[in-house]
Write a protein that binds this ligand. Structure first.
Ligand SMILES: [Zn+2]
Length: 209
């Protein structure tokens, strides 16, 4: 998969099975993504997610956020994970599954302590005082909820201004929630690839210690 942003011009004729491409210009080649395996793996997830869940009509907003995250990840000197989480939150929202991270769904506190139980079926959490038992609930640190809540509220320009927290847990929670609700996302090769790359990163980081 090559992540070039291209402009194409073609002449559409409904009776023709293949269309004639008259022009293709590369707008942005994203060279840093191509040379960084972690960044490459993240952007592969975006492209496959969009490809697998594509609707018949074009979605200009989704296309724009894809371009924005590709540019953000290409430019960042960080590992790109914050853009990854930001994109997953937006993608969930577009598909009608915005997680409710504002407050405990039982006692309404907006500042839970230590750990929460996040319900995959409801997309909301209960704090450790209420800690509702529910078969699809997963345990997450309160810090993970605070981080994702902030990330959900910012535009892409401010993604890097929020200190990143509990990266592995953010990813597990968002992917579990996504896969619980959107059938097509359960079998993405790119998510498997991304996991292999991130395990490799952890192993090589530990080896350097
Ligand atoms: Zn509560």
């Amino acid at each position: 998969m090559v992540h070039n942003h291209v402009a194409i011009v073609y002449y559409f004729k409904a009776t023709r099975e293949y269309q004639f491409l008259s022009q293709a210009d590369i707008i942005h080649a994203h060279d840093n993504i191509k040379t960084d395996l972690n960044k490459y793996a993240l952007t592969t997830v975006f492209c496959e997610l969009i490809d697998r869940t594509e609707l018949e009509q074009a979605n200009p907003y989704l296309f724009q956020i894809l371009i924005d995250v590709l540019n953000g990840i290409d430019r960042t000197t960080q590992n790109g994970n914050s853009y990854y989480f930001w994109f997953l939150l937006r993608f969930l929202k577009i598909n009608g599954f915005t997680p409710d991270l504002a407050r405990c769904k039982i006692c309404q506190t907006d500042s839970p302590q230590e750990q929460v139980r996040f319900s995959l079926v409801n997309g909301s959490f209960s704090c450790n005082k209420c800690s509702q038992q529910e078969p699809t609930a997963v345990t997450a640190a309160a810090a993970t909820i605070f981080y994702l809540r902030k990330l959900q509220a910012v535009s892409i320009k401010n993604v890097e201004s929020i200190p990143i927290a509990a990266e592995r847990e953010c990813e597990m929670l968002l992917i579990a929630f996504l896969q619980y609700h959107i059938e097509e996302t359960k079998y993405l090769k790119s998510i498997k690839f991304r996991n292999q790359v991130s395990i490799r990163n952890v192993v090589s980081r530990d080896a350097k210690k």
